[in-house]
Structures are given as structure tokens and as C-alpha cells.
Design a protein around this ligand. Sequence first.
Ligand code: NDP
Length: 339
Amino acid sequence: TRVALSSYVPAGNAKLSDFAVEQVPAPTKDQLKEGQVIVKPLYFSVDPYQRGRLSGATDSYVASYVKGQPITNFLVGAIAESSSKDFKQGDLVLASNGSWETEYITDASAISKAPVQQRVDPKDYVGVLSMPSFTAYVGAAVLAKPKAGETILVSSASGAVGQMVVQLAKARGLRVVGVAGSDEKVEYVKSLGADAAFNYKTCGDFTKAIRGAAPEGIDIYFDNVGGEFLDAALANINTHARIIICGAISQYNASSPDELYGVKNLTKVLVKKATIQGFIITDYYSTPHFGEFTKEVSSLYHEGKIKYRLSETQGLENGPQAILDLFAGKNFGKSIIKA
Ligand code: NDP
């Protein structure tokens, strides 16, 4: 099985028919060139940024998928066959741009051995130790310059990035306010240690709901959603607030520029002498922060001090639906696919 892109989606919602789920013959050892391997993926990561890669755009920070070709993303898999001196059958490997196929041939240079860690399940490499967790670390623990006693607001707080932001912020002594799209997700966010949490779909006026949950004001806003909620967060910031623009999922499916939400409260940034900082996580893998993240999060996880909820889809053929589900809030936790 493989999942290919069948049509570009420059704007609006993607649909199942924009993907092609195809049956293709499995690759065989005799097709391998020197330095190549056959990877059998175990778990695929499903991430909102893949929406941008469906667009056919040529001016993004990450390459668009190619029509007719399998789509790609982070995955963890096992080596099925190897013609590379660096890998042997059975090695557990990671790919950041691995193919959505039940088995595929790749150059060994496009994969790496999974770092050996005690008590790590293969799915943890697309879960608690994955790219969105590192994103939470860089945004919340580094760029936001958190100080104990401050208040952080985080949107999409039960998701892949959000659930880690909540816990890393609590570990740093912050007061945490989480926002999510269902009462069940809100309960989960509270169970992670959030001091307050609310459902943005039923709270009514966003600005008032934030004020109710954080009467002392917001020192850090970790933004996963953009749009109207970002505006409401700005209305509640304190002096020298830091606004970390991690994502803007409420805007990714806009069907035209007119549909993009126009933020009205930027004057607050002036009056409150606040900082707005965007970032792309791929810039940080080669910095010392990656080692710091791995050390802190793996030890907290192994000590049972952090939780990490996965939202697992069974079977690669259901991968396209898993991508679409991110934009309907149907994932509850980090979305992954079991091959
Ligand atoms: P999540 O696991 O949080 O999944 C997406 C969630 O977004 C959904 O479950 C839903 O939760 C929420 N959502 C969907 N549509 C809307 C909407 N219209 N308005 C508000 N919320 C919505 O995804 P991730 O944790 O992987 O990603 C979170 C954000 O971080 C995304 O914007 C992503 O693009 C960004 N990101 C940025 C990176 C970077 O390098 N800057 C790296 C990784 C992620 P709910 O039910 O609560 O609405």
C-alpha cells in the first residue's frame, strides 16, 4: 500500500479524493543499489504542516509533495533489507521525510538509527520524543523565556505540541491556562497539571473567557491556532509579554486571502512592549537545545513525571483521513498511524 498525492490543494479544505491509496508490488532486495535499504515503517507521524505540503506552493519553508508521488513525513521503521554497511536487517530507524508506503527503498543517508534509550517503545519516536515535543520545548522553554510565577496561555492544549507545552511550563513553575475544543480534552489538559482550562467552542466571547481563566493577565501566549483566538489573547497580555507563534491551524484551510482573519489588537503589542516571535523547528535540531530537550523529556518520561497521549489510526490506508481529522479536531493527542 502507498498513499500518493492525486491533486494539489492550493486553498480550502483537502478531501480524501486529493489522495490516492494504491496497491503496488513490494520492493525486493535485488532492486537495491549499493548504499540503499528497504525500510518497513512501523508508525507514521501525522502533522498539521502536511497541509501546506499538499498545496503545490514553491515558496514555503518545506517542499510541496509531488502529484503522483507518495507523500512523506516523520516515521519510525525497521530495516527489512540492506545493501548499506551502516544498517542491518532489524535495525530500528527514523526518517524525517519517510515515504507513506508499507515498504520502500531509500538511500541510507535519508535515515538514521533510532537512539537507543531504555524503555522506549518504537511509537515514542513519533510520540513523546518527536518533532512536536521538541517544538514545544523550543517555543515554551527557550524562546518564551519563562519565569516561575508567570502565566502562560496555550491553545490546542491537548494536542501533540500543546500537551507538552502544558507540562514543560508546569515543570518551570508557571501558572498554565490551556484551551481545547471539547470538554474531554479540557479534562485531559487539567489532568496534565494545567491550573485552568476551557473549551473554546462553548466558552462564548474568547477575550472574556481568557480573562476569567487568567484574571492576572497573560505573560506568555503559546499560539497554535492563530486567527480570532490570537486576537483575544493579545487583548489579555501583560507588560513585556512574549507571544510565540508556533502555528495557525485555524487559518491553514482558508479558501482565499479574504477569509484569513485580520488581527485587530496589534496595538496591544506596542502598549505592553510585548514581543511576537515566530519559529520553525527544523532550525533548532543542530543547536544544543535538541540535546537538552532529549535529556529532559526522556528522563521526565521515564520517571513517570509526564504523560503523552497518542491518537492512533490503524493502517496506512486510513492515513489521508487522519490528516483531514487534524483540521476537525478529531485527533485527541498526537496523531500517528500504525502501519
Ligand atoms: P494537534 O495535535 O494540536 O492537532 C491539531 C488540533 O488543532 C486539532 O486536534 C484541534 O484541536 C485544533 N484545531 C483544528 N482546527 C482548528 C481551528 N480551526 N481552530 C482552533 N483549533 C483548531 O497538532 P500539533 O500539536 O501537531 O500542532 C499544533 C500547531 O503547531 C499547528 O498549528 C502546527 O502547524 C504547529 N506546529 C508548528 C511547528 C513549528 O515548527 N513552528 C512544528 C509543529 C507544529 P481542538 O479540538 O482543541 O480544536
